[in-house]
Write a protein that binds this ligand. Structure first.
Ligand SMILES: [Zn+2]
Ligand SMILES: [Zn+2]
Length: 412
């Protein structure tokens, strides 16, 4: 068991300052790999606290505080916003706009709460910097860009993150979500799903809508593919395993009497087990190829868009952390949870070192919203607005507890 060491607390003054920082970050979100202002704000702040900083993986920032002998602990906060038009109505709502990579101008919002992650990490770092006499070791704060596109963690690793920062014995991370504010949820073992996304281009032969016999209709063909791949989970995967196949975009043609030459759809595949993933991907490839053969169509093109790794919470480190969190936040505020089929690229950070990681969720919604009749806005919703308190206090305390559980006096 541990509580925060004597003299370590999140003061009212600090919380007021963090409240202000959160509102500023919320009002100024930036898209993935374009987090320039966010990164410089973070670097300035961390340097003023006495951390050594370096930029890594484009717009990532790493901040290291060396405080004598002892364990090295990593903590990660992701920093990117999303192309969403904010509708929360809060007085610090975003009116920011940004450019997608194809040049399209879009509204930008911190619709996933990464602004809360930055604020909580800065809060924990501030307390660590102010209480160096009660802990010993090294803290590596990782402010990661581009979580939403699954690029940032891999970009930091390939930019030499672990050649430039001390290697931690464990890496922690957290995410705000639509659960009850004040509460923390932790899964043991598989915590978030592997995900693979493909773009499938289906080739046919175009022609007049009145002369189908002269065409190979890619709309009918692609429709068969979509329906048939939906039977892979129900007919080929063990019912006790978890798997999801979603086709969420489908485009073909311009006019009702012109059979197009091509159709295109994207498919997203999720699983919690590497063997299940392999089976799903092989089955999808088999069905897509075979349906094209069945229609006498050319071979379709499959483009792999991105992959998220499994997020696996090390069972030993997770149990230790849960005990520490319960001692600080209260037993009833720390609950176990099933794995989620959402995905995260957090796992890429610890993987090359072979060290454990632990990742948890903290709630952002007041009781009245959680218990209300209306659906609770989820992450990525234009209505996603975590209540600042007690969310902020909980996130700072959880981050601090995790780090202190390794470098604090009680842990040595
Ligand atoms: Zn997100
Ligand atoms: Zn997120």
């Amino acid at each position: 068991m541990m509580a925060l060491p004597d003299g370590v607390q999140v003061s009212a003054d600090l919380l007021a300052e963090l409240d202000d920082l959160y509102r500023r970050l919320h009002a100024g979100p930036e898209l993935s790999m374009q987090e320039h202002k966010t990164a410089s704000l973070i670097a300035d702040r961390m340097e003023s606290l006495g951390f050594e900083t370096f930029s890594c993986g484009g717009t990532g920032v790493v901040a290291v505080l060396r405080n004598g002998d002892g364990p090295v602990v990593g903590f990660r906060a992701d920093i990117d916003g999303l192309p969403v038009a904010e509708e929360t109505g809060v007085d610090y709502a975003s009116t920011a706009r940004g450019l997608l990579r194809d040049g399209t101008e879009v509204p930008v919002m911190h619709a996933c709460g990464h602004d809360m992650h930055i604020t909580c990490a800065v809060g924990a770092a501030t307390v660590l910097a102010q209480t160096r006499e009660v802990w010993s070791g090294t803290v590596v704060m990782i402010f990661q860009p581009a979580e939403e596109t699954s690029e940032g963690a891999a970009a930091m690793v390939s930019d030499g993150l672990w050649d430039r920062a001390p290697e931690p014995e464990v890496i922690f991370g957290q995410h705000v979500w639509s659960g009850r504010a004040g509460q923390v949820e932790v899964s043991t073992g598989p915590a978030m799903a592997m995900a693979d996304s493909w773009r499938v281009t289906v080739h046919g032969r175009g022609g007049h809508g009145s002369r189908p016999e002269q065409t190979i209709d890619p709309v009918v063909l692609a429709a068969h593919m979509v329906v048939r791949i939906q039977s892979v989970v129900s007919r080929e995967i063990d019912p006790l395993q978890s798997a999801v196949v979603t086709v969420a975009s489908f485009h073909a043609g311009l006019k009702e009497n012109i059979i197009p030459a091509e159709a295109e759809f994207t498919v997203n595949v999720r699983s919690l087990d590497p063997q299940v993933r392999e089976h799903l991907l092989a089955a999808l490839r088999r069905v897509i190829t075979a349906e094209a053969v069945a229609s006498a169509a050319p071979e379709p093109e499959i483009e792999e868009l991105y992959t998220f790794p499994l997020l696996y919470n090390d069972p030993v480190a997770t149990e230790q952390l849960k005990r520490s969190l319960a001692a600080v936040l209260g037993e009833d505020q720390v609950v176990g949870s099933d794995p989620r089929m959402g995905s995260e690229d957090f796992g890429h950070l610890a993987a090359p070192l072979g060290v454990p990681n632990v990742y948890w969720f903290f709630g952002g919604m007041p009781d009245a919203v959680v218990n209300g009749d209306d659906p609770v806005p989820s992450n990525h919703s234009p209505l996603f607005a975590p209540v600042i308190e007690p969310t902020l206090t909980t996130g700072v305390a959880a981050a601090l507890t995790a780090i202190m559980s390794r470098v604090g006096a009680d842990s040595r």
